[in-house]
Unconditional design. Sequence first.
Length: 402
Amino acid sequence: MTVSRDPAAGALAGLRVVDAATLFAGPMAAMHLGDMGAEVIKVEHPGRPDPARNHGVAKDGVNLWWKTLGRNKRTITADLGKPGGREVFLKLAERSDVIIENFRPGTLERWDLGYDELSARNPRLVLARVTGFGQIGPYRRRPGFGTLAEAMSGFAAATGEPDGPPTLPPFGLADGIASLATAYAIMVALSACERTGRGQVVDTAIVEPILAMLGPQITRWDQLRSVQPRTGNRSVNNAPRNTYRTGDGQWVAVSTSAQSIAERVMRLVGRPDLIDEPWFASGAERAKHADELDEAVGGWIARHTRDEVVAEFEAAQAAVAPIYDAEDIVEDPQFRALGTIHEIEDLELGPTLMQGPIFRLSGHDGVIAHTGRAHGADTDEVLGELGFAPSEVARLREEGAV
């Protein structure tokens, strides 16, 4: 297990990011930047905290998702629709490198907080706008959630069993992909600012990054007028490729994207004769014989325990993976070697495990300084740093601006 470290050791130390977004894609992009050492200030409405604080499971009334999503973030409150809250936001813009927001298009402008006003205070500012459908187009004002992106990107249409309904993922897949795209776009904009001295607006439509991940489905339609079908766990590009139940009631996944791997698998399961079939030399042709291949592979796997299957496949240099749940992940030696799981001391939960930063740098460690903090926990401290006197903070609080 990896433990938390000093944020000053992070590769992005010195970068200040304002997270004024809610729920998942925008806040997760800020989390990724915070993991690399950026200072992240989370801005929430005084009376309406980020709904992510109450999303998903809880322990003794303590939300668990927020502990991860809110990590490394100082939390303040500000009602941006009120003059006092607007002034707090403008002062943050003056002293920050990045603002991430996910209000419906036009909302910041209605509060006189559009990019013109923000960049007038800080010409180098990068404003990342994360919405379901982007800042332009006929759908721009629609409420946008990851589920809608998963539906409209083609993901759901291509996912599920052939005779079953389109299938949505049981977690925020589109939001997660959009968060990575947004973090990447922010770093591109910051790199450009180093050359030009000017910031710019990042426009992330949650529906687009997941669309980009789905392969050549648009080109396929353009050139062949063909739509990718639902194939369950199988692939139209190779076989055997499926999940298989082991003799001890566990599950494994097998992939044979490479021809050499497919041949090793068939030798391992005692069916080398299939390698000599004319159709075996092509992944697409093998996919047409998936029933026969699955029967051979699945039958062999069903006679062995999961550990035996993994060991035999590894010895044969064939591709297999056990299908894990969270307990398996925590105990796995490869994840331990990578330092994937971090143990963080939480004020409410005590020692708490969570997945850490999603990559490693040779010169800098990823950072989890603390878990998600209470709503508005750092308001007084941050406003003091922005130049607000205690009496001004008290006045803003009286007005409901913070």
